[in-house]
Design a protein around this ligand. Structure first.
Ligand code: UDP
Length: 317
C-alpha cells in the first residue's frame, strides 16, 4: 500500500511510519513540525519507500500519484499546548481533517482518523464505552482540543455517509513511550524527565485522578489492525489498567531510584477525574488487547529518555 500519514513526524505518527515501512508498505509523511520532529523519522531518509513533505495540512494538500490510505494523525495533543496554540489545534482537526478527507476521496483511499478519549470529556460513565457521548466543556481550556476532535469525528462520518468514503475512527487513550518530547508537558515525560534530573515529581491536585496508560507499540498494533479491518469504529484503543497519578509518580521514582520525592501543584481546570477504556469492541472486532505492562513500558521509556537527555546535554556542551 502507499500510505499518507499527516503528523507522521510526531510521536504516534512516527511509530506508525516505522510499522508500515517494516511491513513493506510505502509511506509519505506530511508534517509542519510544530510539535513533530525530524529526529523521529531521520532514520528513514534515503529509503526509496519513504518520503517526507513539510506541509501544514490546514492548507490544501496536493500529492501526485495513487494513495491507498490516508491517516490523519496531525495534531498537538498535550494539555500544555491547549492554551499556547489553541487556534492551530482547532484548525488542524477541522480544516486539516477536511483536507485529509478530501484527499482520501479524490484518491479513492481508505481514511483513518486519530480521535481521542477526550471526546468523553470528564466522563460520567466509567469505564468509557464507545456508545458514551461524553461530558465536554465546550468553552473551557480543553475545549479547543476536545471539540475539534468531536468535529473531526462528525466530518469523518459525514464523508462516510454522504460520499461513501471508507473510513475508520480510533479513540486513542493515554499513550506513552520513546519519542515523546521531554518538554511535552504530559505526565509520563514530565515525571520521567524530572526523575532523571533528580527533581521532585510535580503531582497536580491530590493525585487521586486516574488515567490508563498504553505503551506505544501496543497502541500502534491496534491502529494497524483497525486500518486493515473493515471496522469503521469509533473504536477505543487503550490499556485497561487504571492508576492514580500518585501511584504513577511513586512507580517512576522507584524505577529511577529518584530520592527527590513528590511535590503537589494545582490541578488544571477541567482535568478529567477518571479515565479508562472499555475495549470490548477492540477485543471482539480486532482481536486486539494490550500486552506490555506499565512496569515494562516505563522501563523502556526511562531508558530512552536517559539516552535522549545524555544526547541533549552532549550537544549543548
Ligand atoms: N499531571 C500531573 N503532573 C504533571 C503532568 C500531568 O499530575 O506533571 C496529571 C494531570 O493533571 C492529569 C494526568 O496527569 O490528571 C494526565 O495528564 P496529561 O497531561 O498526561 O494528559 P491528559 O490525560 O490530562 O490529557
Amino acid at each position: 500500500m502507499r500510505i499518507l500519514i499527516t503528523g507522521g513526524a510526531g510521536f504516534l505518527g512516527s511509530h506508525l511510519t516505522d510499522r508500515f515501512l517494516s511491513e513493506g508498505h510505502e509511506v509519505l509523511v506530511l508534517d509542519n513540525l510544530i510539535t513533530g520532529s525530524l529526529d523521529n523519522i531521520a532514520h528513514h531518509f534515503g529509503s526509496p519507500r519513504f518520503q517526507f513533505i513539510k506541509h501544514d495540512v490546514t492548507n490544501y494538500i496536493h500529492v501526485p500519484g495513487p494513495i491507498d490510505a490516508v491517516l490523519h494523525f496531525a495534531s498537538p495533543a498535550s494539555p500544555k499546548d491547549f492554551p499556547e496554540i489553541p487556534i492551530q489545534i482547532l484548525k488542524v482537526n477541522s480544516l486539516g481533517a477536511h483536507n485529509a478527507l478530501g484527499l482520501a476521496l479524490a484518491k479513492g483511499a481508505r481514511f483513518l482518523l486519530a480521535s481521542t478519549s477526550e471526546v468523553y470529556g470528564d466522563p460520567l460513565v466509567h469505564p468509557q464505552p464507545e456508545s458514551y457521548w461524553g461530558n465536554v466543556n465546550p468553552i473551557g481550556v480543553r475545549g479547543v482540543y476536545d471539540e475539534a476532535k468531536r468535529f473531526a469525528e462528525a466530518i469523518t462520518m459525514a464523508y462516510r455517509r454522504y460520499h461513501g468514503l471508507d473510513t475508520r475512527i480510533v479513540r486513542i487513550f493515554n499513550t506513552y513511550g520513546p519519542r515523546m518530547r521531554l518538554d511535552d508537558g504530559r505526565v509520563v515525560p514530565n515525571f520521567v524527565g524530572q526523575a532523571l534530573r533528580g527533581e521532585p515529581l510535580t503531582v497536580y491536585g491530590d493525585g487521586s485522578q486516574t488515567r490508563s496508560f498504553c505503551y506505544v507499540d501496543d497502541e500502534v498494533e491496534g491502529f494497524y489492525r483497525l486500518l486493515m479491518s473493515d471496522e469503521p469504529g469509533p473504536i477505543n484503543i487503550g490499556n485497561t489498567v487504571e492508576n492514580t497519578m500518585l501511584e504513577l509518580a511513586e512507580r517512576v521514582n522507584r524505577l529511577t531510584a529518584n530520592p527527590a520525592g513528590i511535590i503537589f501543584q494545582p490541578l488544571p481546570k477541567d482535568d478529567p477525574k477518571v479515565r479508562r477504556p472499555d475495549i470490548t469492541l477492540a477485543r471482539e472486532r480486532l482481536g486486539w488487547e494490550p500486552t506490555i505492562s506499565l512496569e515494562e513500558g516505563l522501563t523502556r521509556t526511562i531508558d530512552w529518555c536517559r539516552k535522549a537527555l545524555a544526547t541533549a546535554s552532549a550537544e549543548s556542551a
